[in-house]
Design a protein around this ligand. Structure first.
Ligand SMILES: Cc1cc2nc3c(=O)[nH]c(=O)nc-3n(C[C@H](O)[C@H](O)[C@H](O)COP(=O)(O)OP(=O)(O)OC[C@H]3O[C@@H](n4cnc5c(N)ncnc54)[C@H](O)[C@@H]3O)c2cc1C
Length: 373
């Protein structure tokens, strides 16, 4: 194998984005992923990912997501395909709920286009919803759906077109940083490079076992259902609703072949990503369909499929993006806590900056490991 300037561990959303950025900077890149290309064992599969600007979690993410919109459009142009569909988004809950109050704070602070709708206006615009009178919605016209499988594939292909070597089914068993370089070992092979980028998603705490990362893998799941009257659900925006403390249901409008998607955004409990039960149980499906019928009657008429996926949760649900505390030539991005996909190209850019320059001009200081104490 040739000598590489950068090795990337993990080629999901973040590692493939880093490969794209580093390759465009003219660097010799090797990417290694433990699983086959396009696998469904990590965090970057499932047909749709929300992108939204009125960021209820924290206004500090807004400028990063605005940069990501531009980079997704750029990736669309370079790969000659549509990856992002603007649908608008409706973020619902009590007026002082984390979703509505948080989205409003980001929208007002950053001057984003938005409308605040009371329950009667939500009913008038979207009669499919059955919501309580005290529910409000913040409508954001710029929200949309990213196609995760196509996005990751496009990032990989762009990197490969510029010479990156991407090897799948190649699990990194150990890595070490010696002098100014790094050595990475798989079952059969050993590679060296100047720099190492670790983007191992829900496995990050295993790959970075030496620094005791404050991050856990959590299993989550979602359903795709064909409604009784599909056309009633095709013109909905993306939606999120504050259901109970720390529990948010979300949904994606009806699309041919995919039905309506319905998921639950919440922390669950820590699991081992290598042995987690990936099947979705009948009881889990029944719980979801019950909630779906209460909120969108008729929407869960026929179950199409149910799938699980992994979140990489941090205690504060903010990402971790930093240099390794002991090794300057090793950088990592992890702990995307169920909301990282939309940022992938910007995370890739930040990882490339940190790896090659040791710093980044992007506003990512709030994501440093040291904040976790
Ligand atoms: C159901 C679900 C819904 C979500 N919805 C949204 C959304 O609407 N909007 C949004 O922005 N975000 C969303 N997210 C979060 C987002 O998808 C993730 O934050 C993002 O995909 C994380 O990407 P990643 O590259 O960190 O992880 P992954 O995609 O899991 O990639 C990590 C890769 O590392 C590889 N790897 C691990 N260990 C090793 C090793 N030792 N050697 C080699 N390779 C290794 C794995 O095989 C894997 O391919 C959602 C997540 C889930 C699960």
């Amino acid at each position: 194998m040739p000598n590489f300037e950068v090795i990337i561990i993990g080629l999901g959303a973040m590692g493939s984005a880093a490969a794209d950025h580093l390759s465009r900077r003219g660097l010799r890149v090797l990417g290694l992923d433990a699983h086959p290309r396009g696998h469904q064992l990590g965090a970057s599969h499932g047909k749709s990912r929300f992108i939204r600007e009125a960021y209820f979690e924290k206004p500090a993410y807004v400028s990063l997501v605005q940069r990501a919109y531009g980079q997704w459009r750029d990736l669309e142009a370079r790969s000659r395909q549509q990856l992002l569909e603007i649908t608008g988004g409706l973020w619902m809950g009590a007026l002082d709920s984390p979703i509505v109050a948080g989205a409003r704070l980001s929208a007002e602070r950053h001057g984003l286009r938005h409308e605040l709708l009371d329950s009667s206006e939500i009913h008038r615009r979207y009669p499919a919803f059955r919501i309580a009178d005290d529910v409000w919605g913040l409508f954001e016209p710029n929200a949309g759906i990213l196609k995760p499988e196509a996005c990751v594939q496009a990032q990989c292909q762009q990197a490969e077109a510029l010479g990156a070597r991407l090897r799948f089914g190649e699990r990194v068993l150990r890595w070490q940083a010696d002098g100014t370089g790094v050595r990475v070992e798989t079952a059969d092979l050993s590679f060296t490079a100047d720099r190492l980028v670790i983007a191992a998603g829900p496995w990050a705490a295993k790959v970075l076992a030496d620094i005791n990362l404050p991050m856990e893998a959590h299993r989550v799941y979602y359903l795709h259902c064909e409604p009784d009257q599909p056309e009633r659900f095709a013109t909905l925006p993306l939606w999120l609703i504050d259901w109970a403390p720390g529990v948010f249901y979300y949904g994606v409008p009806h699309r041919a072949g995919e039905g309506v998607k319905f998921g639950l955004h919440r922390a669950s409990s820590a699991c081992d990503p290598d042995i987690v039960d990936r099947a979705v149980s009948d009881a889990e499906i029944a719980e979801f369909r019950g909630a779906m019928e209460a909120l969108l009657p008729g929407s869960s008429h026929q179950l199409l499929w149910a799938e699980s996926c992994l979140y990489a949760m941090t205690p504060d649900t903010d990402f971790i993006l930093d240099r390794h505390p002991q090794h300057d030539q090793v950088v990592f991005g992890c702990g995307f806590s169920g909301h990282g996909f939309k940022f992938a190209p910007v995370i890739g850019e930040a990882l490339a900056d940190l790896a090659m320059e040791g710093k980044s001009d992007l506003p990512i200081d709030f994501l440093k490991l040291s904040r976790c104490g």
